[in-house]
Design a protein around this ligand. Structure first.
Ligand SMILES: [Zn+2]
Ligand SMILES: [Zn+2]
Length: 130
């Protein structure tokens, strides 16, 4: 992680709180956990969550949407802070979220893809709707 990027972030976003931790993460509403050994890109992604005012999410699809938004924000921030935006890395990250969504959606009983209601519960079209 580039210390200069972090110092500039602290100046540009005084409303955010940056604290050192084990891995880069966003803790709503205003705290960014910074891994001193992490990448600047990943740090900017977490700042992206904060700037998009992300809070909690109920559904996996909302989560995926937030991840995409935070990366789009990170793309802007990368330009601003002169950090390389690595498209391949970002696509891999999003893919891992897509896989996570897919895995979570699979019915543990019959293997069909379940759907998730807005309150976060999963329903299997075979097991739950008969
Ligand atoms: Zn994220
Ligand atoms: Zn099922």
């Amino acid at each position: 992680m580039n210390n200069e990027v972090l110092s500039r972030l602290r100046v540009d976003y005084p409303e955010l709180r940056f604290i050192v931790g084990k891995r880069d993460a966003f803790r709503p509403p205003k705290t960014i956990i910074v891994d001193p050994n992490g990448s600047s890109l990943s740090l900017l992604h977490e700042v992206g969550h904060a700037l998009c005012h992300h809070r909690t999410f109920n559904t996996a699809i909302q989560r995926l949407k937030m991840e995409r938004e935070a990366w789009e924000k990170a793309r802007e921030l990368c330009r601003k802070y002169d950090v390389l935006f690595d498209d391949d890395f970002v696509e891999d990250e999003l893919d891992s979220y897509r896989n996570w969504v897919e895995k979570k959606s699979r019915c543990p009983v019959c293997g069909l893809t379940r759907f998730q209601s807005l309150d976060g519960n999963y329903y299997c079209p075979r097991c739950d709707l008969n």
